[in-house]
Design a protein around this ligand. Structure first.
Ligand code: SF4
Length: 197
């Protein structure tokens, strides 16, 4: 069987700027490709191409950093063989976090943390597997529609409200929504505030 080849946009070491683990140093493994096409996407540069890397090349690249937590992001990680990638990283001793739009049901059971950020459509199975559901909110957001995600809150799954692009009006809206639904959390993008990658 041929060794998997991953299409990788970039691998870098930084600080998690969003969600429950904000402030945590982590290696970001950004896979290339996403077919969702959100107009305000801030990683459009990851849509096409990507460097082809095999398992060994990925592990060697990760080993350059003094950290054992990898955040697999994109693009959209489930558009490649994400379960195999999680298995690879777990077998190498990494804690594995996933950032996905949840559009397709995917086996993420071996991951240590799953963030689902629904966009135009989402698989309910992925909402059920999420540790956090991260809702990107702007002034165009259908607030009635947003409510449906609150039904997936439970002891494991928490809602995070993230103002799109840290815009002032979007932050104000998220603050208002969080205060009206206090089990939710505000997720301002820290990395953009402090101007790091
Ligand atoms: S799902 Fe995420 S990566 Fe894909 S287009 Fe939308 S914001 Fe960008």
């Amino acid at each position: 069987m041929p060794q998997p080849l991953w299409k990788v946009n970039e691998i870098f070491y930084s600080i998690q700027g969003e969600g429950r683990h904000v402030g945590m140093p982590a290696i970001f493994l950004r896979l290339a490709g996403c077919s969702m096409g959100c107009p305000w996407c801030d990683t459009k540069y990851a849509f096409d191409g990507g460097k082809e890397m095999n398992n060994l090349q990925v592990l060697v690249e990760l080993s350059h950093f003094p950290c054992k937590t990898v955040i697999i992001t994109g693009g959209e990680p489930t558009e490649q063989d994400l379960p195999a990638l999680i298995k690879l990283l777990k077998s190498a001793g990494y804690a594995v976090h996933i950032e996905t739009n949840g559009a397709r049901d995917c086996d993420v059971n071996q991951a240590d943390f799953v963030c689902v950020s629904p966009k135009k459509y989402v698989a309910k199975e992925m909402l059920q597997k999420a540790d956090i559901i991260k809702l990107v909110v702007n002034t165009e957001t259908d607030l009635e529609d947003l409510q449906k995600y609150y039904n997936y809150e439970n002891e494991k799954t928490q809602i995070y409200l993230q103002p799109e692009s840290n815009k002032e009006e979007n932050i104000a809206l998220c603050v208002k929504l969080a205060k009206a639904h206090p089990s939710a959390r505000l997720s301002v993008q820290l990395h953009k505030l402090i101007n790091i990658k």
